[in-house]
Each structure stands twice: as C-alpha cells, then as structure tokens.
Design a binder for this molecule. Structure first.
Ligand code: ADP
Length: 335
C-alpha cells in the first residue's frame, strides 16, 4: 500500500510538472509581478549579468516554484532546486553554493526554515558572491574566504514576515503573490485541460475555478479528479458540470471551495471557542494541525474571503462564517 501511495504521489508530481507554464507569457494572472520580473530579467540580459536576487512570498500553490523555473528558462540559465529544511547546517549551504556554475539560478523553497548559521553565510554570498569557511575548532580555528560564481537566488516563503530583516533586505526584488480571481483560474483550467487532453465545457471550468480557493495548484488537482470521474462514470474525454459536482462532493470540497481542514478550523472557532478570540496555537491544537499549517495555508484564505479576522487578542469568526456553516451567530452554542 505504501509503495502504491508513493508511486501515485510521484505520478501526481510528474503531472504537476507537465502543467507548469514555461514562460512569463504563459503564466496566468499576477500581471504586476510578471511585468516587474520581465523588466528585471530584460535589464540583466542587456548587461549580460545574472538577475538580481528575487524573493517570492505567498500561500502554497500560487506559482512560486513555477516562477523560479521561468526565471531560469527565460534567462537561459541552469536551475538548482533546494529548500530551507534541506539546509540544516552552514556546511550544507557552503557545499551547495560552491558547486554553482556562473549565472546559475538557485531556488530555495521555504527559505524561512533554513538554519540560522546558514542564513548568516547567505548574507555574504548574496552580497559579494563570497563565503568564509571555518576550518578547525577553538583557538586554532581560521576562516578561509572562498570566491563563488555569481548566481541569482530565488527564495520562496509562505510568509515574508518570517524572514529576518537582514535577509529580506538583500533581495533586489520582492513580490507577494495574491490569490487568483475565478476568471484567471478558469484560464489555468482551460490550459491544463488542453495539456491533459480532456474536454471541459466552460460551465464546468467555471465551477472548478470557483471551488479552487484562489489557488492554481488546487484548480489543477480538481481538474484531474474531475477527469477521473468523467473517465469512470461519465463520457470519458468530456467532463460535464454534473461530473464536476459529483467529483468535488466526493472529495469534500464544498460549494465555495473550502476543504475539510478549512471547515474544521471554522467549526472549532465557532463552536468550541464561541467565535473567538482564540490564539493560533490553541486553535491549531483543536483541529490537530501544526500552527504553521493553520497560519500559512488555512487562515490567509479564510481572512481573504472575510470568514475570519485577526485581532491582537486572537482569531475571530466573522458573520459570513456563521452563515456558511448554517449556524446562528448570537448563541455561539458549545457542543
Ligand atoms: P508554489 O511553489 O507557490 O507552491 P507552484 O509553482 O508549485 O506553487 O504551482 C503549483 C501548480 O500550479 C503548478 O502545477 C503550476 O503549473 C500551477 N500554476 C501556478 N501558478 C500558475 C499560473 N499563474 N498559471 C498557470 N499555472 C500555474
């Protein structure tokens, strides 16, 4: 079972890769960020140097990795992928940085989870393309300077507020990715349907777009489940609006796109904590999740659609949340 699960995950990852746009022109939405990135890349090309370091922040699935790949592709430079959790010692980062070829694009996902010691090494590397390697211990320790090939760092983080200022300040360009509008997600779905070879009428595309939490990755995932459903229960290569409803109900995606965890958080907030205010970690424990997941994955969307509010005293439920759950607001009845 375990093996089968891993194979399925790999297949899903491969499909996710196949659905990635390769150029800024193919990248849907985020018009402002696209324009800014284009200028940055064009200027670097004219001067024949690597582009400035880029920091991308925003909830998961909005296109940070895809943009890093596009930066490498558009500037015709190789790309190296790494992540904060993989860099637990300064030595890990030294090995990575010293193996870069001139002009390479280095993508560090979840850069806020990198070890502190590595962070400090990164400051110097970003600024001067140089690192100091410590050799030996105690009184005999010396540092040996090491020149690096110039590179472009693309850092991604779910929340730029988690980065220490000195690190944030060393990026020449910082962009925050926003949730996508339904109309943009519909374009993502249309493009992906073409790649997957499945026909989806516009009414069904619209439904998938509205139920994707403003997130392209979710739109693509729902499209694949709808395709599965059409294959097994429907007409195979053409998905109907009915297939969309049935497939999304099967996977517990409600009519405005909230998934099981979103609803668990809302229900806990409303029922257990009588609408709040309640602290993040208390709320996370109540739904059996990591505070970081609740904070970076669940909350931003609930806040954005006006279901949840953040106050200095904690999280609160907004009237729209009660309406959506079909509960009267005043009572805040405990279970
Ligand atoms: P992140 O790194 O922010 O978690 P990814 O870059 O991995 O997100 O994107 C997740 C999926 O969504 C990918 O399959 C990608 O192709 C798709 N995607 C993200 N943003 C866009 C976009 N603007 N246009 C088209 N597809 C997108």
């Amino acid at each position: 079972f375990h093996d089968a699960g891993e194979v399925a995950d790999e297949a899903e990852l491969a499909i996710e890769g196949a659905l990635r746009p390769h150029s800024l022109d193919e990248f849907v939405g985020q018009q402002k960020v696209r324009g800014q990135l284009k200028l940055l890349l064009d200027a670097a090309r004219i001067q024949g140097r690597p582009a400035d370091h880029i920091l991308l922040s925003g909830p998961p699935g909005l296109g940070k990795t895809t943009l890093a790949m596009i930066v490498a592709h558009e500037s015709e430079r190789p790309l190296r992928l790494s992540s904060g959790p993989a860099i637990q010692h300064a030595g890990d980062l030294a090995a990575l940085l010293s193996s870069l070829t001139p002009g390479e694009v280095l993508f560090i996902d979840e850069i806020h989870r990198m070890a502190r010691s590595a962070e400090e090494m990164l400051y110097l590397a970003m600024e001067d393309f140089r690192i100091d390697i410590m050799v030996g211990k105690g009184a005999g320790a010396t540092s040996i300077p090491l020149e690096l090939a110039p590179f472009t760092l693309v850092g991604a983080t779910t929340r730029s507020g988690l980065l220490p200022n000195p690190l944030r300040d060393r990026f020449g360009f910082t962009a925050h990715l926003e949730y996508y509008e339904s109309e943009e997600l519909e374009r993502v779905v249309a493009r992906s349907a073409l790649v997957l070879g499945v026909q989806v009428p516009s009414i069904a595309r619209d439904e998938i777009a509205r139920r994707s939490r403003g997130t392209p990755r979710i739109a693509n995932r729902l499209l694949r489940r709808v395709r599965d459903y059409a294959l097994v229960h429907g007409e195979g290569s053409a998905a109907s609006a009915g297939d969309v409803h049935a497939a999304l109900d099967l996977y517990d995606v409600d009519r405005i796109g909230l998934d099981r965890l979103d609803r668990a958080v809302l229900e806990a907030l409303v029922r257990k904590f009588r609408g709040g205010p309640v602290g993040l970690s208390t709320l996370a424990v109540a739904v059996g999740e990591e505070p970081e997941t609740v904070e970076s994955v669940v909350e931003p969307y609930l806040v954005r659609i006006g279901f949840m509010g953040r106050t200095p005293r904690g999280r609160i439920a907004m009237p729209e949340a009660y309406q959506h759950l079909g509960l009267p607001q005043a009572t805040g009845s405990p279970l």
